[in-house]
Write a protein that binds this ligand. Sequence first.
Ligand SMILES: [Zn+2]
Length: 401
Amino acid sequence: MTKSAVLGLAETLLPELVALRRALHQVPEIGLDLPKTQKLLLDALEGLGLEITVGRELNSIVAVLRGEKEGPGRVVLLRGDMDALPVTEDSGVDYSSTHEGAMHACGHDLHSAGLVGAAKILSAMRKEIAGDVIFMFQPGEEDPGGALPMINEGLLEAAGRPIDAAYSVHVHTQGLPFGVFRSMPGTICAHCDEFSVRVKGAGGHASAPARCKDPLPAACEMVLALQAQITRSFNIFDPLVLTVGRFIGGSKDNVIPEVVEFGGTIRSFSESTRSLIAEIVPRVVRGIADAHGLEVEIDYVPGYPGCVNDPNEFEFAKDVVTDLFGAENFIQSTTPAGSGDDFAYVMQHAPSAYFGVGAALGDHEKAAPGHSPQVVFDDAILERTSAFLAELALRHSRETA
Ligand SMILES: [Zn+2]
């Protein structure tokens, strides 16, 4: 009964969720400062009887729904991110971005609108809910990270007691058929860290290297030595990617430069590998600098941790997908994604699950990928994403009341 009620409500809500999503799509905002986006979402949540607080340092929204069913129930957190990317839209849709240089190219407009849909469904069904639901509308997922500031501003205590479970869903285009959900237990997306190295020597005439301290060959050695470490110091079944994507040194063919700089990104999938590479990078770089008698500065910047699906919550959410939409609409991933998501910070505080869902318009094999200026998402997916999120909270409440 409840299952069909959720799907029925989601179907009814679809036209207004599509309208909301298109309104969000037209005013994409980047980072933590999203006043227009926040206003549209606050307007959409009005009248639902939610306890709403907005962020102090960022345009976040935290909305709490109090269930009216007897029993302590649980606290379930549902999350949708709100921010866009610095991409100039070239999708050709008639609701394209009106903000030059900004686009909802990752589908976060769908995430926010889907979360509003879940809030509307659950508000209509609050008599069947024991416990509380927290709706987390998060800025800055792409950069610089909004989940951590929201946690620091009290997100996890919004219901007055700790959260018991947390969920988020991300839309995809390429490679995933429309409406099909995908996830796996354990690590589902990468730990993403960055580093930057500055090798300082003594510049001079290229014809007299003995009178200089050339940082260039040493910096080249460092880049190659780091790659060698990947194959020599790590478990081959625990993947790791280290890419130096920036290398800057020298200004002229006959001048030995004073300084060479390079930097890169590291993606890892386990805590042990993540901490080992964080030790190895400075050690290798310093060792080579010492060998050449050069000075070196290393800036190692931990980024978003990986998203780790709790095995039980993964199964729970998978059952929700297969019960609502049929087993044919779930694919279990065999490998995690190399991308990151700062929802990971929330996932560290409660058993959680993070799912992907196909939302390409037309043939998903030919679709432009997320982050592309040409990407087009089919907003009919809002019916599924809002039902999925609502059912997760509802079922938690029912099973534990
Ligand atoms: Zn995204």
